[in-house]
Design a protein around this ligand. Structure first.
Ligand code: ADA
Length: 565
């Protein structure tokens, strides 16, 4: 399943889900022409799900044949390849992409009807070339971890749509930008026809030069639509058809699903549709012992049901953009999403990797452009716990926040900081967010620490801005019970830590959000250093374990999150 709704009625497309051939490429061997045994590997999937490759790290080649029905151009769409992909169509290199968690596509023109070969070289190794995927407190799985699809496109096609709602006097206003691409050899005149919530619209001729992608803008000043909100997550289909040179039949189409809502920050609070909201939820890694980072729809639903049972109204996609089907589900269920780019705990030296800025810039652009239309996303964030306490780091934070603001001015921005009174970037964000671990990494009182944090924010550029406790928690090893001593690491101590933190934060009116670290335990990289020698090679701060069995802390969360209904 590619999405939770149909994205085309005109454009033909198919999922390339299924068994692909798979060949690991041992170190030193060249991918092309390497011999050795071939395996079958499910796509989407992580190769770690295959018993032979449970801890394989390095390069591998995926291959399959595709049947093309007619002479056409094709667009190959990859929702996520972990972490570096080189794509070959009939032996021709058509795409290179870095980052497991953002989508990319490749257009191949002049494809003839018949059988063709699709090869993807994948690498999940660490090294200088990879600035964001580094040994870390989560696992970089390998493979085609998210859906792959093939689309038949004409010389002219719709690349994407960006929908921005705003409140008008008599209803909603919709600003729609339709990005039309011309891969042909000559300029063309195009027209668009669309519908949204019962409003039909048409555009006059727009000229698209050969090789150009152009945004065609449409404003609908008054749309009679119900607002999207957690209580009533109303969604509408936005369908756009593309016509070329006045032709009567559409040459392409794209259907998006949107919601009408606004997000603002005023008076130290966050507002949805003008009303103050409080985010209560979890940090969640896409991680499961059986599927790694490659979630089937059913397991996404299972996680969302558990979060709803706990009373959460929000989720933070720590620490990378999530699978689009998960976001579709959040849209449908009214779960508020903090989505962030991919970077966790990078030091200044790591941020100075020559690839860092470009890889972040790509990730930011791909995240915002591909997830722009999800009403559930209410916050964009960058660079979790990186070097925002240094002047050099500040320059990079500023640049990235400006980049995102330029791409989307409609959502507030933040970053999660653990730098306390040394933070240098609060003035750059719309919301100040703290990762603090009272009672776990230190023995401070959560309430007192949180009051101190508000003071640091106020002094360091965050005065008047909403504040979120973006991470707090402690280890709780599933099944490790200790009702008398309640030693660190036991489920009882874990529950106590969560209790004290939630008790402190839910009582403080200046807090606009709290995200427990974390929803589920997750696998981490193996390696040297305290962080990477975590017991069981996992981060055990989940409220449920890796198999989603609730720990004692689950009921504590439920009590606090469900208190006000
Ligand atoms: C950090 C970090 C998380 C996780 C957590 C922990 O704040 O953002 O990814 O590593 O600490 O468990 O210590």
């Amino acid at each position: 399943m590619l999405r939770l709704f149909n994205t085309h009625k005109v454009r033909k497309f198919e999922s390339l889900e299924g068994e692909w051939s798979f060949r690991p490429v041992p170190d030193g061997a060249q991918a092309a022409g390497v011999g050795g045994r071939e395996f079958k590997m499910p796509v989407p999937g992580c190769w770690e799900s295959h018993p032979r490759f449970a801890s394989y790290q390095g390069k591998a080649v995926y291959r399959r044949e595709v049947e093309i029905e007619r002479d056409t151009a094709v667009r190959l769409c990859f929702q996520g390849v972990s972490h570096t992909a080189d794509v070959y169509f009939d032996g021709r290199h058509v795409a290179h992409h870095y980052n497991a968690y953002t989508p990319f596509s490749a257009v191949v023109s002049g494809v003839t009807a018949g059988t063709h070969e699709l090869v993807v070289e994948v690498d999940n190794g660490f090294g200088e070339a990879s600035a964001l995927h580094v040994p870390n407190d989560y696992y970089t799985y390998g493979g085609l971890i998210r859906p792959v699809s093939l689309e038949y496109v004409n010389e002219l096609f719709i690349e994407r749509i960006a929908f921005t709602p705003s409140m008008a006097k008599d209803g909603w206003q919709a600003d729609i930008a339709v990005y039309v691409r011309n891969i042909g050899a000559s300029a063309k005149n195009v027209q668009l026809a669309g519908d949204l919530a019962g409003v039909r619209f048409r555009t006059g001729d727009e000229r698209i030069e050969a090789g150009q992608t152009k945004a065609v803008s449409v404003r609908l000043p008054s749309v009679d639509a119900a607002a999207w909100s957690p209580a009533d997550p109303r969604l509408y289909l936005l369908g756009v058809r593309l016509f070329a040179d006045g032709g009567a039949e559409p040459v392409d189409d794209l259907i998006e699903r949107v919601g009408f809502r606004t997000v603002t920050t005023r008076g130290g609070r966050i507002q949805l549709n003008g009303e103050d909201i409080e985010l209560k939820g979890f940090n969640r890694h896409e991680d499961h012992p059986l599927v790694g980072a490659s979630f089937p729809y059913q397991l996404m639903v299972h996680d969302l049901e558990l979060m709803a049972e706990a009373g959460a109204n929000a989720v933070r996609t720590s620490h990378y953009p999530n699978d689009e089907r998960f976001l579709d589900l959040c849209d449908e269920r009214g779960l508020l999403v903090w989505e962030e780019n991919h970077a966790r705990g990078l030091s200044l030296a790591q941020m100075q990797n020559p690839n860092f800025e470009r890889q972040c810039e790509d990730c930011n652009r791909e995240m915002v452009e591909s997830h722009f239309n999800h009403p559930s996303i209410v916050i964009w964030a960058i660079l979790n716990e990186c070097a925002s306490d240094t002047p050099e780091g500040r320059v990079m934070y500023k640049k990235q926040l400006e980049q995102i603001r330029e791409l989307d001015g409609s959502r507030p921005l933040t970053f999660a900081s653990h730098h306390r009174d040394r933070e240098l970037c609060f003035d750059l964000a719309d919301i100040v967010s703290f990762n603090l671990y009272p009672l776990w990494y230190g023995d401070e009182d959560p309430g007192e620490l949180c009051d101190l944090a508000r003071g640091w924010a106020d002094e360091l550029g965050g005065l008047g801005k909403p504040m979120i406790m973006s991470e707090f928690g402690g280890d709780g090893h599933y099944g490790l019970r200790d009702p008398i001593v309640r030693m660190k690491g036991s489920e009882e101590r874990h529950a106590d830590i969560i209790e004290s933190n939630l008790d402190a934060y839910t009582k403080r009116p200046f807090i606009s959000g709290m995200f427990i670290w974390q929803f589920c335990d997750c696998r981490v990289s193996e390696g040297n250093g305290w962080l990477l020698s975590r017991a069981g090679t996992q981060n055990s701060k989940g409220i449920v374990d890796r198999y989603r069995r609730p720990k004692l802390a689950f009921d504590v969360v439920k009590k606090h999150f469900r208190r006000d209904g």
